[in-house]
Write a protein that binds this ligand. Sequence first.
Ligand SMILES: Cc1cc2nc3c(=O)[nH]c(=O)nc-3n(C[C@H](O)[C@H](O)[C@H](O)COP(=O)(O)OP(=O)(O)OC[C@H]3O[C@@H](n4cnc5c(N)ncnc54)[C@H](O)[C@@H]3O)c2cc1C
Length: 389
Amino acid sequence: MPNFEDTEIAFANTTNAKLRKSYYIFQFFQYNTLVDWGGRLAQWGLKWHLPVGLFAKPTIFGQFVGGVTLKETERTVNRLSMGGVFGILDYAIEGKTTERAFDDTLAHKLDTLEYIKHNDNVKMISVKVTGMGKFSVLERVHRGDVLLQSEQKEYDRLKERLHKLCAAAEVASTGILFDAEETWIQKPLDDLLEEMMAHYNKEKAIVYNTYQLYATSRLGKLKEDYEKAQKGGYILGAKLVRGAYMEKERERAEELGYPSPIHKDKDAVDKDFNEALDYCMDRFGKGMAFCAATHNEYSCKYMADEIARRGLPKDHKYMFFAQLYGMGDHITFNLARAGYTTAKLIPYGPVKEVIPYLVRRAQENSSVEGQTSRELSILTKEMKRRRLL
Ligand SMILES: Cc1cc2nc3c(=O)[nH]c(=O)nc-3n(C[C@H](O)[C@H](O)[C@H](O)COP(=O)(O)OP(=O)(O)OC[C@H]3O[C@@H](n4cnc5c(N)ncnc54)[C@H](O)[C@@H]3O)c2cc1C
């Protein structure tokens, strides 16, 4: 069974220099105010075309991003594969609003799929629907507004891009994990991905939707989607997460005066997350493909134990674990060493373009309770073991 305390396995392919750097980065994350100001400064610097990358590239970029280009990222992918971990690549561009930029993102995603055909260490890609279509249009579809003709065209083009991407993934025999984002664009995301699954998941799991179990409605939606998939004769692809936008969701709900869609406390979220794991494991081999995308040790241990207890295969491609690159190495590499299918989600892209992703990573790390202290305690343990501290 995996032992998450084993830091020697966790950092087997990490040099002393990289370990030290990670240690100082997570030390920095303990200072919420500094992180907050750092984030603002980075956004401001980007706006004024200042060379933010000069500072970011040798520090936080290297911690959380695989590289600028696919070629550069290949080194990261290969290093991870030495620990038995496969890569999920994400050309991590965010916040674009023009049709040209959306076409550009699609082109990059298609390049990644092409690349995967020649690198067995990468098995999937990750995609944000808002990287390929306008947020404001999705928001209006979610609300049930009647779209203007121009908006309808934009929405149709988004759907076309998704079809192109899924068709290419089908040819490459690769899965696509579609991110979950804000709940106020969830309905069109669900509808679009249901359409994609019904089309592309007949034989294999190509398309995966993400279920944020911090939202009170998502466990029910997971069950509903599975039933629909069964009736429609396709495989449900499900990525299970707790959810990354809790504060934003609560603030918006309060501001606009509607009940928060988020569970009132962490225990309720944990309960739904672990129930979702059970629900998916119960249906393994019966039209269900799923991924536990989490850094939560209890959930990972629970799923690993249950897989073993139920006699399910540890190394199946339709039941796997995933953590973000730069975090949770003690979980990822120990799960992989114990024989479980485990992945790292590796963002890549030009420094300037991935700054918004990095700011979110920094802010999440300094705000998610206990996460930074856990990373630090693991890094400290390994530093001491190597006599670096
Ligand atoms: C591979 C991967 C892919 C991901 N993709 C997505 C994605 O597509 N969309 C997305 O939104 N997120 C995504 N995430 C982020 C994820 O949703 C979590 O924010 C992050 O992983 C922390 O949750 P955890 O389960 O790892 O750890 P934990 O530390 O156990 O959980 C922290 C999470 O619990 C919830 N929480 C904490 N306190 C409270 C509270 N008081 N009340 C209610 N809830 C609370 C929040 O969701 C918080 O992020 C992804 C994560 C990974 C590892």
